[in-house]
Write a protein that binds this ligand. Sequence first.
Ligand SMILES: [Zn+2]
Ligand SMILES: [Zn+2]
Ligand SMILES: [Zn+2]
Length: 148
Amino acid sequence: MIKDFECVQESYARDLLREKGLKSTTQRLAVIHVLHTSGKSLSVGEIHDGVKKLLGVAGLATIYRTLDIFEDLGIVKRLHFPDGGHGYAFSRGRHFHHMVCVDCRGVFDFPECPVEWLDYASAEKQGFRVKDHFIQLFGQCDKCAEVA
Ligand SMILES: [Zn+2]
Ligand SMILES: [Zn+2]
Ligand SMILES: [Zn+2]
């Protein structure tokens, strides 16, 4: 049973929580630990299992609330699964785009924002004010491609 999470990812999460006046509870840090050590996108059930394995106990409602908080802080990203479900992955920052392997659900950072160069003029011509965008790439990671 691990009580202290000392990885850089946890101290980053701790800083973000402190900035917002939120407590760095063991369960919150455990969620980050489970996500960043897995290296892939996990369903809420898998995150719940992982935290339970670390701490012995974990409330599902707390896991949901924690994921919401971390998604707001940009340290956790909600991603789509190829089968239509969704899950969560550790993210280095709010504005990152991710590539998700359809075989192992591994998550990789896309090196840049593919729409940064695009202005939203055509949307704004229709009176639509763009606030944000979501782009996620599906594919096969190097490891899974080798096996196939
Ligand atoms: Zn960790
Ligand atoms: Zn893969
Ligand atoms: Zn972008």
